[in-house]
Design a protein around this ligand. Structure first.
Ligand SMILES: Nc1nc2c(c(=O)[nH]1)N[C@H]1C(S)=C(S)[C@@H](COP(=O)(O)O)O[C@H]1N2
Ligand SMILES: [Mo]
Length: 387
């Protein structure tokens, strides 16, 4: 069954036009913040960032244009009454803590990307001729923010983390996720204790502001370098267990299915792959006969970006782009390159990154049924016009 398709929006689209309008009038928007069309492409309960919205913007994606990916809709949670329950066989001192308790713990600040595992999904269809189910993101299902919060390790140790604990499962306070007639319960997914202790934070600040409602107010996890789903928003409880935990999000979804993978599916997805994007609108227009400095960003969940090459002729000739600024593994690397188009007409721009593990973006990504982790080089169409 298509999975990310089965949101309310998809249901609305299938109803007769009159009824759709009637029902939509009574349904509040699933997303609280404004979604101006120059910043976002709406996809039902999700909203994709337009890459041109990052042109001339700094390293971080401002909160007003950060993409939103929610299974249902944004809950409004009062920080004053919010509590985080810590429970399970892997804790010797279970209990709960409030917002002020969390703020009183030592804090850490870090730059990290949140990226949906489905980012780039539409290119399985658009470039490889084999569409998949799910939200048809281009490349705007990613954002980098400066997060501040308490280390999850600190909170778990205070709750008496036992030496034999293996899994940690945070759960959101948003509504239960119902798809295809099945109630999967509230959004949750286990992470191994080793990752939980390494670099995960319970974030309460995004770019120097309290977390906005759509991004997990009052508290969310930030799980650096891992698929966005791991970064549970609106966290309300965390189970810690001495035996492996599971949820539909690590058994049925967010695994690779398809002929390139084992029949029971690949392992639950962890790190994000390698990708690149131009800070240009899709089908941007550029003037011929003068140089243009084109900007972009590349990122990889597996290691530092070591190089980016760009092609302006659809992939025959490649030129290195100039990398600049920080190369934070958990975030992205900015780059630019000068292009002097002489011929008017349609052109295809390509950017291909490599990371320190030796990974290079391939020209094709092996197909998987849900369209996760598209890491292929994206063919970005532009039109060059005479002045
Ligand atoms: N509670 C909860 N957490 C969640 C989700 C959700 O629907 N509910 N969506 C996940 C997914 S699939 C992604 S990609 C990220 C998106 O984070 P953002 O909306 O802040 O960009 O949140 C993750 N955390
Ligand atoms: Mo996601």
């Amino acid at each position: 069954m298509p999975y990310e398709n089965l949101d309310d929006e998809a249901v609305h689209r299938r109803t007769p036009a009159g009824r759709t309008r009637d029902r939509l009038r009574h349904v509040a928007s699933p997303i609280v913040k404004p979604l101006p069309p120059e910043l976002f492409v709406p996809h039902g309960t999700n909203a994709e960032m337009r890459w041109e919205a990052m042109r001339g913007v700094g390293y971080h994606v401002p909160n007003d244009r950060f993409f939103v990916r929610s299974h249902t809709s944004t809950p409004i949670i009062d920080a004053a009454t919010w509590r985080l329950e810590l429970h399970g066989s892997g804790l010797s001192a279970p209990g709960s803590l409030g917002y002020e308790d969390l703020l009183a713990l030592p804090s850490v600040t870090m730059d990290a990307a949140i990226e949906c595992a489905g980012n780039g999904r539409s290119f399985f269809g658009a470039q490889q001729g084999r569409p998949t189910s799910g939200t048809p993101w281009r490349l705007g299902g990613i954002g980098v923010a400066r997060w501040r919060g308490a280390r999850l390790a600190t909170v778990l140790r205070r709750a008496g983390l036992t030496p034999d604990a293996v899994d940690v499962m945070p759960r959101g306070l948003d509504a239960e996720y119902v798809a295809g007639g099945v109630n999967h319960g509230r959004v949750r997914r286990p992470i191994p204790v080793s990752k939980a202790l390494k670099d995960v934070i319970l974030a309460y600040e995004m770019n120097g502001r309290p977390l906005p409602p759509d991004h997990g107010h009052p508290v969310r996890l930030v799980v650096p370098s891992w698929i966005g789903l791991a970064s549970i928003k609106w966290v309300g409880d965390i189970e810690v267990s001495t035996s492996p935990l599971s949820s539909p999000w690590n058994t049925d979804f967010y695994r690779m299915f398809g002929e390139a993978y084992p029949p029971e599916g690949g392992d639950p997805l962890t790190a994000q792959g390698i990708r690149s994007a131009f800070e240009l609108s899709w089908e941007a227009t550029l003037t011929a006969g003068r140089p243009h400095v084109l900007h972009g960003r590349s990122w990889s969940g597996n290691g530092r970006i070591t190089g980016v090459e760009v092609s302006f002729d659809g992939g025959s000739a490649w030129r290195p782009a100039q990398l600049r600024g920080s190369h934070v593994v958990s975030a992205w690397t900015r780059w630019h390159v000068t292009w002097h188009p002489r011929r008017s007409g349609p052109h295809t721009l390509l950017a291909r990154a490599s990371d320190e593990t030796g990974a290079v973006q391939p020209l094709r990504t092996p197909h998987n049924e849900y369209g996760y982790l598209f890491d292929g080089v994206v063919r970005h169409p532009v039109t060059v016009v005479n002045d």
